[in-house]
Design a binder for this molecule. Sequence first.
Ligand code: SAM
Ligand code: SF4
Length: 328
Amino acid sequence: MTLRDSFGRVATDLRLSLTDRCNLRCTYCMPADGLAWMPREEQLTDDEVVRLVHIAVTRLGVDEVRLTGGEPTVRPHLVDIVARLSDLRPRPRLSMTTNGTSLTRLAGALRAAGLDRVNVSLDTLSADRYLAITNRDRLADAQAGLAAAVAAGLTPVKVNAVLLRGVNDDEAPALLRWCLDRGYALRFIEQMPLDPQHSWNRGVMVTGAEILASLRTEFTVTALSGRGSAPAEVFAVDGGPGTVGVIGSVTAPFCAACDRVRLTADGQVRSCLFAREETDLRVAMRAGADDARLAALWVAAVRGKRAGHGIDGPAFVQPVRPMSAIGG
Ligand code: SAM
Ligand code: SF4
């Protein structure tokens, strides 16, 4: 069985959210005073997480698992969960998206447990701006976490940056130089309408085209072909080998080549970040469904995936769950 939708796309890349909680409060993701967290009893247990990923890799053709959240490093027993996922056969590729602030403590143990690589989110090089964007004074920890990831061999390390108009939209060239100097692969992500405050608007979003124009004030940036199912358009910087990526989720959607499926921390399958439907594997599992039944539910959930997210269309409705509760 594979996770094939009605448009012929096959999902092989599982975004697995381990928690909706976080130690930061990025303005585009969470309100400053946090959110009403998922009740603990609704969160999948470690055994349930491992069981569902086992089903995904043995029955459904998933070959890549990206741990995310919320902030995956605040999940208790994270290292143990990684070790158990790494023991699965066939073994999926294992990566994690994190704000990096805990990596000085965790990078070595995560690598030893079987994590292959990390994406670290870093939107600015200024401590004041980091505080303004994340509501926490943790820039030095995030930067040290990046160095720890390289030292532990969690490579290639990618850096994700979101630019916000009037806040850090002048920083694209500086971020790129900083990442190139350290061997991190930088990707800019267009801000998407997934904030719980519903404050996103198209006019305020910094577009991929604006990001490229800003980079071109200091670098020669040339498109490389072969985006495949990767969301980022990748560009060679100053003739290479350094590169930069731009994820134009809004202005250059990659839905037609999407190979992702998402599982939330409370066991809901979502076929898209912007899906409005979810399939509840937790309740089915706790009611006694066997692996074959859970796999069938998962297949049915993906079959109904829409052709695209339609952010640009008049009928677009923002999903009820914010990014932190879906798993970015
Ligand atoms: N806490 C981890 C982190 O920040 O990397 C993992 C979860 S976070 C939701 C995953 C990624 O989504 C981060 O790179 C973050 O910048 C990005 N993100 C969050 N809200 C977003 C939004 N509204 N638009 C675009 N990207 C967003
Ligand atoms: Fe936390 Fe990541 Fe959301 Fe920032 S983007 S608040 S680090 S989950």
